[in-house]
Design a protein around this ligand. Structure first.
Ligand code: NAD
Length: 407
């Protein structure tokens, strides 16, 4: 099977090493960002491949080609993996779209919020030529050690949910992906569940807000621990955000009986689902963060300045998890008429720090809405229409799949 990995960051290194070690696979890396392809080629040449250090040992794999030309990278590939921050999904998809092979399986690890909205917008009527899938999260916590050469897997999630459309292909694709990646994958019911189940949208903006919402320019002696530094009051905010998402799910299920949102777990349950064996004290949400080995040592994003450290507000914890996460959920809540006061507080602070305007007068109508994946960006103003057109309604409730005719 020919596979294309799109991206040149941490996740792409892991995939290139793992998949490149399998002789039966032909692995292309599509790395068009800056001069990454050149650096990857040089790194792989020097190292003899990508070395992946895992908790169980070392795997070395060599991709067959590292390319910056989209046609050479994806033509003929049966599997296309977007291993990129969500803000790069649409530009990469637009580049590869003309060269995709009909029948290809195209997916993102992780999808983040509204991935299906972005895919439909780019592929339009061609979307039904492909199978589309999205992972709820990246299976690994990983960091590149030497660019194009070495990456470390810090932790592996025990379970990862994924959605595959059309459902008839779910079994074959999930079985194949599970076997290739060596992680337990569980197919879920619909892309709406995946969007709402995105826990990065709660954890990252929520912790950033609680760490830095009162920041007044002072330097820190060292960056605080990000996940393991969650204290009782940060945990309370995260719990409130998670509760607001659960309230939205209840409202949607009351309106659409049979709608399966079982994949949208409360945050504490999700930590247990993914990290059970890594958490030594799961009595509270706070202790589940503080004692999670997979999060050990990961620090808050900061810059060195004036002999100390100041917060980095351009971190992907905000640039990705706000427009491609929390704002998508907030947009769905707005369509459903469900209040989200704590989420709104976090978003109002985040947009100020990002120097963007998404929420204006309490609605998703700010000038920077076009750079998000909220339903409002794609013109949805009515919940029923949104649910029907995107194929989220259970069979028998007027939908047999995404209706792309008006997108
Ligand atoms: P990363 O920060 O390493 O990715 C950066 C790479 O993305 C760049 O090297 C480049 O190849 C590409 N890129 C960035 N901006 C681009 C642009 N404008 N156009 C084209 N390409 C661009 O990201 P990662 O750590 O590999 O994470 C990938 C995804 O997985 C993200 O959604 C991230 O939030 C998620 N995730 C990562 C981890 C982790 O431990 N690394 C854990 C959980 C989730």
């Amino acid at each position: 099977m020919q596979i294309t990995i799109c991206g040149g960051g941490n996740a792409a290194h892991v995939l290139a090493g793992l998949l490149g070690s399998r002789e039966e696979l032909s692995v292309h890396v599509y790395a068009p960002y800056g001069d990454e392809a050149e650096h990857w080629r040089e790194g792989v040449r020097q190292n003899g491949g990508i070395t992946v250090s895992t908790p169980e040992g070392i795997i070395i794999g060599r991709p067959n080609a590292i390319l910056s030309d989209p046609e050479a990278a994806v033509a003929g590939s049966q599997l296309v993996l977007l291993a990129l921050p969500a803000f790069a999904h649409e530009s990469i998809l637009s580049q590869i779209e003309p060269h995709l092979t009909p029948g290809a399986w195209i997916g993102a690890l992780p999808a983040r919020g509204g991935f299906d909205l972005g895919v439909h917008d780019i592929l339009k009527a061609r979307v039904s030529d492909f199978a589309i899938f999205g992972f709820q999260t990246l299976p690994w916590a990983c960091r590149t050690q030497v660019f194009g050469q070495q990456v470390t897997i810090l932790g592996v999630k025990e379970h990862v949910d994924l959605i595959i459309w059309p459902p008839e292909q779910a079994l074959i694709i999930s079985t194949r992906l599970q076997e290739m990646l060596g992680v337990t994958l569980t197919p879920i019911a619909n892309f709406l569940g995946l969007t709402l189940a995105d826990t990065g949208q709660l954890i990252h903006p929520g912790i950033m807000y609680r760490l830095f919402h009162e920041w007044n320019g002072q330097c820190y002696g060292k960056p605080p621990l990000f996940y393991q530094g969650v204290n009782a009051s940060i945990a309370r905010t995260l719990q409130q955000m998670s509760d607001e998402v659960q309230t939205l799910c209840v409202a949607l299920q009351a309106r659409y009986p049979g709608l399966d949102l079982s994949a949208v777990r409360p945050l504490g349950d999700w930590l247990q689902y993914c990290y059970h064996a890594s958490i030594s004290d799961s009595r509270t949400l706070q202790s589940s963060f503080a004692t999670n080995r997979s999060y050990a040592g990961l620090e808050a994003p900061m810059f060195e300045a004036d002999g100390g450290f100041i917060p980095d507000f351009q971190t992907r914890y905000l640039t990705e998890d706000v427009p491609f996460g929390l704002l998508v959920t907030r947009g769905i809540a707005e369509l459903a008429g469900t209040a989200t006061p704590v989420v709104d507080k976090v978003l109002s602070w985040a947009q100020y720090r990002l120097e963007k305007e998404y929420l204006a007068d309490g609605k998703l109508q700010g000038t920077d809405l076009p750079s998000t994946r909220s339903p409002q960006r794609f013109g949805f103003v009515d919940l029923d229409e949104f649910m029907l057109e995107m194929g989220y309604l259970p069979a028998g409730e007027g939908s047999s799949g995404p209706d792309t005719s008006s997108i």
